[in-house]
Write a protein that binds this ligand. Structure first.
Ligand code: ATP
Length: 735
């Protein structure tokens, strides 16, 4: 680090004060003034309070451990105390960091020990091979020592210079040395060898093996080449980049985000932050922090690191600016390690109106998720953790006994089976009856959504101030406004269903659009994130999106929404090893996520899911909220229009009226069962009649009661309904 030259540094505070003191104030040309600034590593602007404490003449150091150039005794002393290192290291003061460090040390020692233990045969073979070389090396070294070989060059030099006196002196010294060294070698050989021989004869067999092993080890070690150590490397230390002002400036220059004559500046020192370094950077005027976020890969190249270690983020709020960027550089791939088990597996309950644990960001900070008043879309290619991620919110909802769960899994495997015990509705696979049940369920929910709105409209403002469900309202069971979570995994299998796919998408779009404020939450997960599996209209009504690894940036956009890629969010850049890692976009601010964050989800395997479900079952049993599928009840007829629709139509369309407009039919149905048919449009009636093969596009002559005029409009023939009823009853009998 270098500190700026003091003579020509620009005083920004004074300039800012000048700009604000009134009409007499001298107008300062900021751009010109900025160009006068000495170099990229200086402090340019003191924007936060801390900076006020700093001596205007002595900018604090930017590079972490280096010393600034002091001026005056006070600055010298201040500088020295600023360099004081904490007596107790910060990691020893934090319990969680201490635990993490302890765990790491234990696992490291265990790993290294196991690694070397399994390689003992290899090391033994290596020593045996090297032992003869070691013997030769030892003999050579002994001979050289005994013959005073190290003195040869000096004696030869004396000979070359024909210095007889020096030569005689050296020869005498050499003779004396060789004499006593020869005696030492002879003594060792005469005493040592017989002793070893006697010991070998007297020793038992295992002691002999031990002696042989020791000899092989000693000679093998002596014969080891310097560049080939005996032990293999058990753990490779990753390349950690220590940030300094020079390194950061070079990266921003290389990424084209500043110029040598208009460089970046540092409003605060570069410092350690968790397992990495953090530099706060002010880009040149007119260059936005958003632009730098988009150039993450270029910055990584400028820092000579993998982009997974480089995390540029905007600094927002009063301490921020549109050109202020926080650059966090991880010591190693932050997603190479697991983010740990979901903390609610063994204990704890959830209030669905509050955020619950979901994952961790790159710095290991918790990222909670708030499900209430939003919908969630999870997309990824297969085997990247989509199901694991989608299950966490459902597990959280399960631990709030008031939440009614509707679970569907297009794959029909084991992933979601455990939820059967507590689900109000559940369906697995894409058999016709499952898809029909899903359609029924969604229709019921759409109808119920209208009832919910009606109920909320009748509530007094003190109980319902924002016209949406609250915890208090949800707990009043008589109002039937408890939260409902519909979770559909492998959604592409339902949305692509040839007969019902379109209606499923339409109904879900409706639920995502208006359901959240009355407590209906939709969660969709798909391994085929594209406009066909999740149509744009549906996706755009889903407030929270989580994209794990995708194949292309287009698929990433299909999950995160149009514009996410140009904004710098691209889940196709994750590596295959990054399981459970995704970009989380649009989580509510009370969920502590303001913008997109990269999250590694917490981990919960099937056995953990079962544990949570067992606890959720007990909670629900105690609260009396086990309903529907969980207690073996068939779908309620009131919520299953498909079951009674035909009979209801025959009720509202008497035999005297052979042909009726669809709009008349839905109006009468709504009167008959407002809780089921309230809000139905003719299109919904048509969709509901489709499975019974009732022709619905027929033109029917009728009279408009409002105008008294006759007209041709879309409607139904009563005979078609009677035929459908006969057919249905026949099938039921046969079934
Ligand atoms: N947070 C995580 N941390 C570590 N590993 C994870 C995490 N989440 C998922 N995995 C691993 O990823 C594997 C695949 O996860 P998952 O079954 O959720 O994938 P998927 O995308 O649903 O696959 P498919 O589409 O085939 O069902 C799991 O076996 C699990 O071990």
């Amino acid at each position: 680090m270098t500190s700026p030259r003091d003579d020509d540094r620009f005083d920004w505070q004074a300039a800012e004060a000048d700009l604000t003191i009134g009409p007499d104030a001298e107008v300062v040309d900021l751009a010109a003034a900025r160009r006068r600034k000495p170099d990229a590593r200086s402090f340019a602007v003191d924007l936060d309070d801390e900076a006020d404490d700093l001596d205007d003449d002595v900018p604090p150091p930017v590079d972490p451990p280096a010393v600034s150039e002091p001026s005056g005794m006070a600055a010298v002393l201040a500088g020295r105390s600023a360099m004081r290192r904490p007596i107790v290291p910060p990691w020893l003061r934090s319990r969680s960091e201490l635990v993490t460090a302890g765990r790491w040390a234990l696992s490291h020692v265990a790993h290294v020990s196991l690694y070397h233990l399994t390689r003992i045969p290899k090391y033994a073979a290596r020593l045996t091979w090297r032992a003869p070389f070691g013997i030769a090396r030892l003999i050579g070294a002994t001979v050289r020592w005994a013959t005073d070989a190290e003195g040869i060059p000096v004696r030869l030099a004396a000979v070359r210079r024909e210095d007889a006196e020096l030569y005689l002196k050296l020869s005498r010294q050499r003779d004396a040395r060789v004499r006593w060294r020869g005696m030492v070698v002879a003594a060792v050989l005469l005493l040592g060898l017989p002793t070893v021989a006697v010991l070998a004869v007297l020793a038992g067999s295992w002691q002999r093996w031990l002696m042989l092993a020791a000899a092989v080890a000693v000679f093998g070690l002596a014969g080891s080449p310097k560049d080939k150590p005996l032990l293999d490397v058990a753990a490779v230390t990753p390349r950690a980049r220590r940030l300094s002002a020079d390194v950061v400036t070079r990266a921003f220059l290389a990424a084209g985000l500043c110029k040598p004559d208009d460089p970046i500046t540092f409003p605060m020192p570069i410092m350690r932050d968790g397992p990495g370094w953090r530099a706060v950077v002010d880009l040149p005027f007119g260059v936005t922090a958003d632009k730098a976020v988009k150039r993450r890969t270029d910055l990584a190249a400028g820092l000579d690191l993998d982009e997974v270690q480089v995390w540029p983020e905007r600094v927002r709020g009063t301490a921020g600016s549109a050109r202020r960027l926080s650059l966090w550089v991880a010591d190693e791939d932050p997603y190479a390690k697991s983010s740990g088990l979901w903390p609610l597996i063994d204990k704890g309950t959830v209030d669905i109106f509050a955020p619950f644990p979901f994952g961790e960001d790159q710095r290991g900070r918790a990222v909670p998720l708030l499900l209430m008043f939003t919908s969630l879309l999870v997309g990824a290619i297969p085997r990247m953790g989509k199901t694991f991620a989608a299950r966490l919110p459902v597990l959280a909802a399960a631990l709030d006994a008031s939440v009614e769960l509707h679970i569907y899994d297009g794959k029909g495997g084991q992933d979601w089976r455990a939820f059967e015990r507590i689900a109000h509705r559940a369906g697995f696979g894409v058999r016709d009856d499952v898809v029909a049940a899903l359609v029924d369920d969604l229709r019921t929910l759409v109808a119920d959504m209208n009832r919910r709105y009606d109920t909320i409209a009748t509530l007094p403002p003190d109980l319902c101030p924002e016209s949406k469900v609250t915890r208090q309202i949800a707990d009043k069971r008589s109002l039937k406004l408890w939260p409902v979570l519909v979770a559909i995994d492998e959604f592409q299998r339902y949305s692509g269903h040839p007969e019902h796919g379109k209606e499923i998408v339409e109904l879900l779009t409706e639920l995502c659009k208006v359901g959240p404020s009355v407590g209906i939450i939709i969660l969709l997960a798909t391994q085929k994130p594209d406009g066909k599996a999740v149509p744009t209209d549906l996706r755009d009504n889903i407030g929270t999106r989580f994209a794990l690894k995708t194949m292309t940036w287009q698929s990433s956009e299909a999950v995160l929404g149009a514009g996410s890629y140009p904004a710098g969010y691209d889940s196709s850049r994750f590596q295959r090893a990054h399981k459970g890692v995704g970009i989380l976009l649009g989580a509510d601010d009370s969920g502590a996520v303001e913008e997109a964050v990269t999250v590694r989800t917490k981990f919960a395997k099937t056995e953990h899911v079962e544990k949570v479900i067992a606890r959720a079952y007990a909670l629900r049993e105690a609260a009396g909220t086990l309903t529907g599928y969980a207690v073996g009840q068939a779908p309620e007829t009131v919520g299953g229009p498909a079951d009674t629709l035909l009979d209801d139509i025959l009720t509202v369309v008497p035999a005297a009226e052979p042909k009726v407009w669809s709009e008349t039919v839905v109006a009468r149905l709504a009167e008959l069962r407002p809780e089921v048919y309230g809000g139905w449009e003719p299109a919904q009636l048509a969709a509901a009649l489709k499975p019974y093969r009732v022709p619905v596009g027929r033109q029917v002559w009728g009279t408009d009661p409002a105008t008294g005029k006759g007209a041709n409009r879309k409607g139904i023939h009563r005979d078609d309904i009677t035929t459908a009823v006969t057919e249905r009853d026949r099938k039921r009998k046969a079934g």
